[in-house]
Design a protein around this ligand. Structure first.
Ligand code: S3P
Length: 437
């Protein structure tokens, strides 16, 4: 139960390690020869799902206090056995990115996931992997549970990625580790952590940057060497505390050592356009990825935005919290071309709108867009219940921030759902803001 708002504050915080980079490091380090180490690896349910899948494939992994050691088995070095079932849990990234590492498996491997993941589209990765030569059963299913069987006769493809999905792009890139010849990917712009890791690892990759898309060509390396990584903070987790600051009066926050990869900064561009005071400092590049500190101040009233859809992919996981900020801004905000948002852990465009309506914010919702009629003076006093949200971690965090800034008495069910991506969320609220949930 949350029934009080946070008072003005001036704080410095750290958030957990980046989820996309943590999962990519695990998957690629499992294919390297030798022992790789990571520090500040995210210790969340999604990452544990990746670790458990890899362990079932014979990879030895020790995880302790966000330090991780992985004994890589080399490309296609998994111990394939009969009757393996891999559980991707809640994670689309794990479910979709483990598949390309299985395309030479001589046995069928079954992939399962939780209730939310079992509703999500897998045809988007099954189709290109099929064309490369892997087979899936049952045929034409397109969802989990599904079984994959590999082949020794794989071929490179030309792949058109039109959704702006980094998972789809990465799936085909990872398939090239096992495929002879050159994979050609024409990809709408999306987060580029995989490209940066490929470069760091000297996996053959050529990238041509075009205005709206990239042409990426990758091919099989002869071997992959072990690699150590320190993982920066996750901007998707940081965004909830950025929002907490902007929606609290006279407050300021410094978030330290956050990943500032430009392909992830959509939220900062959107908030700056809305008039937010956000600055980046101490920027450095480490192993290809930019990182630094984020400074946020809540000194101005924010204004509505007509959000350019070119920013959608770089803010895709932050829209729920952006919608909440739009609800407190002056004017009508408009977000469009967002049908992908309904294909996440929950139908976020629909549920985001429903939650705003519950607290008295008018919205106009379509299949792929939302208009939000902001109320700069919103202040709540009624009771609100949040349940049946498919335990979507970002819905949980959005509603927590709403409760802590807009007022009212909130009962949010399944608060542990946040452990999917941001296990320190409740601890930070407790220790730094004296809020117990
Ligand atoms: C991710 C890509 C995004 C994002 C997800 C993580 C990744 O998904 O929503 O949380 O690590 O590549 P899509 O590629 O489906 O847009």
């Amino acid at each position: 139960m949350i029934s009080k708002t946070v008072q003005k504050f001036n704080k410095t915080l750290k958030v957990d390690g980046d989820k996309s980079i943590s999962i990519r490091w695990l998957l690629l380090a499992s294919q390297a020869i030798g022992v790789s180490k990571a520090t500040n690896l995210l210790g969340s349910e999604d990452v544990f799902s990746a670790i458990e899948c890899l362990k079932k494939l014979g990879v030895q992994i020790n995880f302790n206090n966000n330090n991780c050691i992985i004994y890589g088995r080399g490309i296609n070095g998994f111990k394939f056995k009969k009757n393996i079932t891999l559980n991707a849990g809640n994670s689309g990234t794990v479910g979709r990115l483990i598949l390309p590492l299985l395309i030479r498996s001589p046995y069928k491997i079954r992939i399962i996931g939780d209730k939310s993941l079992s509703k999500r589209d897998f045809s988007r990765v099954i189709n290109p992997l099929n064309e490369i030569g892997a087979k899936f059963y049952p045929k034409n299913r397109g969802r989990l549970p599904i079984s994959i069987i590999g082949s020794d006769y794989l071929r490179p493809i030309s792949y058109y990625e039109k959704r702006g999905s980094a998972q789809c792009k990465t799936c085909v890139m990872l398939a090239s580790l096992n495929t002879p010849g050159e994979m050609r990917i024409f990809a709408k712009k999306s987060r580029n952590h995989t490209e940066l890791m490929f470069k760091e690892l000297k996996i053959p990759i050529k990238i041509k940057n075009k205005k709206n898309f990239n042409i990426i060509k990758t091919s099989r390396p002869t071997k992959l060497s072990k690699f150590n990584l320190n993982i920066p903070g996750d901007i998707s987790s940081a965004s909830f505390f950025i929002a907490l600051t902007l929606l609290s009066k006279k407050s300021q926050l410094r978030l330290k050592n956050i990943n500032l990869n430009p392909s992830r900064l959509g939220i900062l561009k959107i908030l700056n356009k809305m008039g937010a005071n956000i600055k980046l400092k101490n920027i450095k590049t480490f192993k290809g990825e930019r990182r630094g500190d984020i400074f946020v101040k809540s000194d101005k009233e924010l204004k509505a935005i007509n959000c350019p859809s070119s920013l959608n992919s770089s803010a895709i996981d932050e829209f729920l919290i952006i919608f909440l900020i739009a609800a407190r801004s002056k004017g009508v905000s408009y977000f469009k071309d967002l049908s992908e948002l309904n294909k996440k852990e929950s139908p976020r465009l629909k549920l985001g709108s429903k939650i705003l309506n519950m607290i008295g914010i008018k919205t106009k919702l379509t299949r792929n867009s939302i208009k939000i009629y902001g109320q700069p003076n919103i202040s709540l006093s009624k009771k609100y219940e949040v349940k049946n949200y498919l335990k979507d971690h970002r819905i949980m965090a959005m509603c927590t921030i709403a409760a802590l800034t807009f007022g009212g008495n909130w009962k949010i069910y399944d608060p542990e759902s946040i452990n999917t991506s941001f296990p320190s969320f409740l601890k930070i609220l407790n220790e730094s803001f004296k809020i117990k949930i």
